[in-house]
Design a protein around this ligand. Structure first.
Ligand code: SF4
Length: 228
């Protein structure tokens, strides 16, 4: 299985090239982005981050002290703006009140306690917590998202219904615990899911892992699919 997973990775990397994730200048910006991109495309989150930067609020204490209405207005491009403004404040409250405003104090913890603390913050679920751990704290956890499940279901690895923890354990059991690999692998899956392995009409004819894909041979919606 390790060879298979690495072969998938290598095909994706050769096709899409390095993805340079996460698109952020600081670990705090990674975290703000991870919260703002929940349930929305990255474009909206990026615009919201640009608004926060312009206002000079892209820092834990500034966000915590920001007037709620004004903050919600700035993050409106990321949708669910009131809820997300509150989530940003909830996270920043932990940094300010428990870590003296120093994000590094939070992020330097070992993976297990860090993950537990992140998951205890309202609005931070497994995908967001793991994105923070991998891309902001730079510790080796594999991030699972809807694309990961869809792609590996179509490849014949995951069932139609699969739990987050089981999928994550699968990757972490079979791959070396390597931050750079996990970083790039998740980014490559995002590229495949976003551009080719689409929900309704996957573009299998252009897919670099077509020859590995069980679904491609049988998917009735994709008549041009076949094994290479
Ligand atoms: S061959 Fe098609 S269904 Fe299979 S992973 Fe590629 S795009 Fe998705």
């Amino acid at each position: 299985m390790r060879e298979f997973l690495l072969a998938v990775y290598e095909r994706l990397f050769a096709h899409f090239g390095p993805r340079h994730w996460w698109p952020a200048e600081t670990p705090f910006e990674v975290i703000v982005g991870a919260i703002l991109t929940q349930n929305v495309a990255w474009k909206g989150a990026a615009q919201a981050i640009a608004n926060l930067k312009e206002k000079g609020w892209l820092a834990p204490r500034a966000l915590l002290e920001a007037p709620e209405e004004e903050l919600a207005a700035l993050v409106r491009p990321a949708r669910y703006h009131r809820q997300k403004a509150q989530r940003l404040k909830d996270f920043c409250r932990v940094v300010v009140e428990e870590c003296g405003g120093d994000l590094e104090v939070l992020l330097k913890q070992d993976v297990a306690p860090l993950r537990q603390r992140l998951l205890s913050i309202r609005g931070i679920g497994p995908e967001t917590a793991d994105s923070i751990i991998l891309y902001a704290a730079e510790k080796p956890v594999f991030v699972i998202d809807a694309y990961t499940h869809r792609i590996f279901h179509r490849l014949g690895i995951f069932p139609a219904r699969a739990r987050y923890a089981e999928m994550q354990a699968f990757f972490m059991r079979h791959l070396p615990l390597d931050v750079k690999l996990f970083n790039e692998y998740h980014a490559q899956l995002d590229a495949l899911g976003h551009h080719l392995c689409l929900k309704r009409a996957p573009r299998c004819g252009e897919c670099p892992v077509l020859s590995f894909c069980k679904n491609a041979a049988t998917n009735p919606r994709e008549p041009y699919c076949g094994r290479m």
